[in-house]
Design a protein. Structure first.
Length: 320
């Protein structure tokens, strides 16, 4: 098993000695997209900035790989993780390629001159994000969606094991939001990076995320982070508590050529298993592998499964 890209231990985040959220022990694995969700004021941005090393933790620690994050210099941190903020900064007359090249700064000498390897990393990042089509255009001429792809490309060019994003779909319309989350999921898998995105866009995020970090507020205490599969947190009611409403939505229309699952469950059980099936590239129907609720557990085919995480693992094996 590969080493986690980032881990937290007994982490509490906030300002000074006042904690606004208890993150506890959480993990980001290579090749996965995790979304950080919660109400306004629950501590999403504070959590993200602490995990990025921009804020000191109130308690506990963060490790990137085997190294303690807050013991690294800014340049050392930048070689290990990249951060894409929601704040839109003006790029002047810089072209998209020049902005992406800024991501190579942690790897250059004091002169800042790019090597052949640096230029290759920039070209790769532009191509992987689809931003190579407008690489020579000034940033001021690009749409919000195009600019966001450039900023994601800059983080990719930075070549860290972890990419953190704060509201990556801000300023985008609905199709643009779905496109960005699809891109992030693809980059996590194909580039082997661990991506963590703080977002308000629950529908698009849950359709793409491998894992959810949900901040559940408390009336008198700091919010508490719960981590798990989107469907597990949905079925356990964690998402309902995180937002104070009953979560009900539909992800994108399922593919008609997807393999079939026969789901034998009712109510919330069926809803979240169907969501899991769509997210993993299956569709609900008849005549396929049976996924059934059995007492306190599940059955997939002839095998027992203790929870939705076990079902997800078996389905992934069937798609491989």
């Amino acid at each position: 098993m590969s080493q986690p890209a980032l881990t937290t231990h007994d982490l509490r985040v906030g300002y000074g000695s006042t904690a606004v959220a208890v993150v506890g022990d959480a993990v980001l694995e290579p090749g996965t997209l995790t979304v950080l969700v919660g109400r306004n004021g629950a501590g999403k941005t504070t959590t993200l900035r602490t995990v990025a090393g921009l804020l000191d933790p109130v308690g506990g620690s963060v490790r990137v790989g085997s190294e303690r994050l807050h013991g690294l210099t800014a340049r050392e941190r930048a070689r290990r993780l990249a951060l894409v903020l929601s704040d839109r900064t003006t790029a002047g007359g810089l072209t998209a390629r020049e902005v992406v090249a800024l991501g190579r700064y942690p790897h250059t000498s004091l002169t800042g001159r790019l090597s052949d390897a640096d230029r290759a990393a920039v070209s790769h990042a532009l191509k992987r994000t689809g931003a190579d089509a407008y690489a020579t255009r000034p940033m001021g001429e690009l749409s919000s969606g195009e600019q966001q792809r450039v900023f994601i490309a800059r983080a990719l060019a930075q070549d860290g094991a972890v990419v953190l994003l704060d509201e990556p779909t801000a300023h985008l319309d609905a199709p643009g939001r779905s496109d960005v989350f699809a891109l992030l999921r693809d980059l996590a898998r194909t580039e082997g990076r661990a991506l963590l995105a703080a977002t308000h866009e629950l529908d698009a995020a849950l359709a793409s995320a491998d894992q959810v970090w949900a901040l559940v507020p408390s009336a008198d205490d700091p919010a508490t982070l719960h981590a798990g599969l989107p469907e597990s947190l949905g079925l356990d009611g964690v998402l309902d508590r995180a937002f104070g409403v009953n979560i009900g939505y539909r992800s994108e229309v399922e593919r008609t050529d997807a393999p079939v699952l026969t789901i034998e469950a009712e109510g919330a059980d069926r809803f979240w298993v169907e969501h899991l099936a769509r997210r993993l590239g299956f569709r609900a129907g008849s005549g396929g592998v049976v996924v059934a609720r059995v007492g306190d557990g599940w059955r997939i085919g002839e095998e027992r499964a203790i929870d939705l995480a076990s079902i997800a693992e078996r389905l992934a094996q069937k798609k491989a």
